[in-house]
Ligand binder design. Structure first.
Ligand code: ADP
Ligand code: ZN
Length: 720
């Protein structure tokens, strides 16, 4: 007996092994295989679907073991193949997203974790003190606690020995509570009930059907798709809900629990090993009925999926830009197709690609045109920064300042939105003009005053902010150019010294727990003014927030890529959607240098339909997505010459076809990233053209130096 195995090794194709006497495997079995002296995890595949070089029986090695875990379902194997094929990614790299962590596979129904006892050790070294302080009431493996505390494993073990930390036995196979569809169903409005009924019926029909749930911010989209979740629960089928950010999972869990009586299973990168193992197994056994997570939850091996929801479906964070370059929204639709179930894309500002699918009749559209209850959509007021400029060295115009004054007076909350982390995007020396650039990237170092460092937002390189210019050695000569959220927060502190403010960025809300803490403070009215990046534009519901100020509405238009206007529109609509969600009406102030620009006009007039129509027409003329297709080929190397030679060679050997045009190679706008020089080619093709097939053949016939990496980005969202 032989078996064909897809091994979780990025550089290896499928391999054949002998199945030893007494071992039983079938397609989907997770197995351990030997490769050289090492062991790898692999999955048994249908041989006819994975052609490989035939090896004689006498040269086969034995499978080492079958992992005691549920099979990877057939539908999931087909999804893995489809994704690898569509995104030109190695099968093993896609499969790795399914069979996620080895922790999920080890047969260990109980594991031992550790937590602090509260006891203070007799000998309290600085290391021990640091460890106990940082661990707080967290729990985890020794390794995890050591990482959290930034100390060695030995320090943690020492603390166990003296009784300051104790072991806890965790049962990783214990079942999760089941959400109850009838726990606390809401009274739906007429509009909501109509949409909910259609979704429930679609779940009951158990057939593939994508929906665009298109409702303004605050219209109750979540409440409506919860009814579909309830239907899936009643039918005994699993639901997957994808959210764009892990920061949003925490409030979602609470909200879900209020409706269904218990939390769903959360899947994100912040899980502890034991949580990950327990969740993976419950999902794979079909017992985890509702899973919520970021895009990585998409490839988990649900055997019995009855509903997929993509919330805030327009978000570009669903596009993965590393490893396998896939778009979770698009793969989610395929997932529903394989599973024969409905897929709900919920958004107040759907992507043009999604709207186009509605126009083609492939997706059904459900509309919720009004806010729920008494809440009204906010007033939008443009502020022309040329006519009403802020004071010198300030960023908030007088009218916006007055509006926040008034909100403070009324005891209401305000939000200032600027999509830029840190204090200032550029720092230079006023004496010699020296600018601080990242040594690894074509990017300026961004000043973060809260932690007194300059940091690169591309590679994470950071240095302490210098006191003297490293070039001319002039002291105190550095000036910050332009604003980031920290600088706006400074301005807020100067204008309203008594106001309670919060800065919300990925620097401050880096974990679901931090996000939950922020939400709680907002809800309790402990914050008057929030200054935040795109992280605050999503999903939050704060009824007492009535003033929103968009500090620089033109910021997103700079890049000039194909979706710049669309993204600006979505982002500002979303942040506007945070205003006036309760009984009190809201106002949104949009600071811009270009109030006459089409996107600003659309925001001011609220005429989304006209904006979409114009954008769609422009795309059609340019044969840009969704009317044509792009694929980017990104060549990178630490050795600039080697990268350039390869990029040129790829360009020279491009097939000459009528349906397809190749631009480049050219140095990428982000010419260096993480120490690698980058060159780009852009393939532009007709919509129906199988560009993947052409690229596969084209690149498959070429060879390049091991120093060079070639990545293909099908349907790219980033052009830098
Ligand atoms: P969206 O997702 O469209 O922005 P939400 O689902 O967050 O809207 O709803 C906005 C607010 O209105 C939430 O606080 C939600 O609980 C409330 N809400 C919406 N529909 C109902 C309803 N039928 N009954 C009670 N509250 C509702
Ligand atoms: Zn960098």
């Amino acid at each position: 007996m032989r078996a064909r195995i897809l091994v979780l090794h990025p550089a290896l194709g499928p391999l054949d092994y002998r199945v030893p006497q007494g071992m039983h495997v079938e397609p989907g079995s997770i197995v351990i295989v030997p490769i050289g002296p090492r062991q790898y995890v692999g999955v048994v595949w249908e041989p006819e679907r994975l052609p490989t070089e035939e090896i004689g029986d006498n040269r086969l090695r034995n499978l080492l073991a079958v992992v005691d875990a549920p099979l990877v379902p057939e539908l999931v194997r087909r999804l893995v193949e489809w994704t690898a094929n569509y995104y030109l990614a190695p099968l093993s790299a896609v499969l790795a997203m399914t069979v996620r962590s080895s922790a999920a596979l080890e047969r260990a129904p109980t594991i031992v974790e550790y937590r602090a006892t509260g006891e203070v050790p007799g000998r309290l070294t600085p290391q021990r003190e640091q460890a106990l302080e940082r661990i707080g009431d967290r729990q985890g493996l020794v390794r995890e606690l050591a990482t959290i505390a930034d100390v060695s494993d030995a320090v943690i073990r020492g603390l166990v020995k003296v009784g300051a930390i104790e072991p806890v036995v965790i049962d990783t196979d214990s079942p999760y509570p089941l959400p109850d569809p009838g726990f606390a169903p809401p009274e739906l409005s007429g509009e909501q009930a109509g949409a909910a009924k259609i979704l429930r019926d679609a779940v009951d029909a158990a057939a593939f059907q994508p929906f665009l749930l298109d409702g303004v911010t605050g219209s109750g989209k979540t409440e409506v798709y919860f009814e579909a979740v309830a239907a899936a629960l009643q039918a005994g089928r699993q639901t997957l809900v994808l959210l764009p950010e892990i920061a949003l999972t925490e409030p979602f869990l609470t909200r879900f629990a209020k409706r269904f009586g218990c939390e769903p299973i959360a899947w994100h990168s912040g899980l502890r090993t034991s949580q990950r193992r327990r969740a993976w197994r419950a999902i794979a056994r079909g017992e985890a009925m509702v899973t919520v997570g970021a895009r990585s939850a998409l490839f988990l091996p649900y055997p019995n999926l009855g509903l997929v929801v993509v919330d805030e479906a327009h978000e570009t964070s669903f596009k993965q830009e590393e490893g396998v370059h896939y778009h979770a929204r698009d793969v989610a639709v395929m997932r529903g197709r394989f599973a024969q179930c409905p897929v709900i894309l919920a958004s107040a500002t759907p992507a043009i690609e999604t709207r186009h699918q509605v126009e083609l009749g492939r997706y059904a559209e459900l509309k919720l045109p009004g806010r729920y209850g008494v809440a009204e959509l906010p007033e939008i007021e443009p502020i022309d920064l040329i006519k009403e400029p802020p004071k010198r060295g300030r960023w908030l115009s007088p009218r916006l300042v007055l509006a926040i004054d008034a909100a403070l007076e009324r005891g209401e909350q305000s939000l200032l939105f600027l999509n830029r982390r840190g204090y200032a995007p550029l720092t230079l020396c006023r004496h010699c003009g020296h600018r601080f650039q990242c040594p690894n990237c074509t990017a300026w170092m961004v000043e973060h005053r809260l932690i007194r460092r300059l940091s690169c937002h591309h590679c994470g390189h950071t240095v302490p902010t210098p006191e003297i210019c490293p070039e001319c050695e002039e002291p105190d000569s550095l000036v910050a150019c332009g604003p980031g959220v920290e600088r706006i927060a400074d301005e807020v502190a100067a204008l309203w010294p008594n106001a309670r403010t919060a800065i919300v960025t990925s620097d401050t809300l880096w974990s679901p727990a931090k996000a939950a803490e922020f939400v709680a403070r907002m809800e309790h009215g402990d914050i008057d003014i929030v200054v935040g990046t795109q992280l605050v534009t999503k999903g939050y519901h704060f009824p007492n927030l009535t003033v929103v100020g968009v500090v620089d509405a033109d910021l997103g238009l700079d890049g000039g890529d194909l979706r710049a206007s669309e993204r600006t529109f979505q982002q500002i609509m979303q942040v506007s959607g945070r205003a006036g969600r309760g009984e009190k009406p809201g106002t949104v102030y949009i600071q811009t240098h270009a109030p006459e620009a089409q996107v600003m006009q659309a925001l001011i007039s609220g005429d989304a339909a006209a904006f979409y129509a114009a954008e769609t027409e422009a795309r059609r003329e340019a044969e840009a997505p969704p009317f044509g297709r792009y694929a980017a080929i990104i060549v990178s190397s630490e050795d600039k010459a080697a990268g350039e030679v390869t990029a040129r060679m790829i360009g020279r050997s491009a097939p000459k076809l009528d349906e397809m045009h190749v631009y480049g190679p050219a140095p990428a706008p982000l010419a260096m990233l993480r120490g690698r020089h980058r060159f780009r080619l852009l393939v532009h093709a007709r919509r129906a053209f199988d560009v993947q097939d052409v690229i596969r053949e084209w690149l498959g016939g070429l060879e390049w130096s091991a120093k060079v990496r070639v990545a293909v980005d099908v349907d790219p969202y980033s052009f830098v």
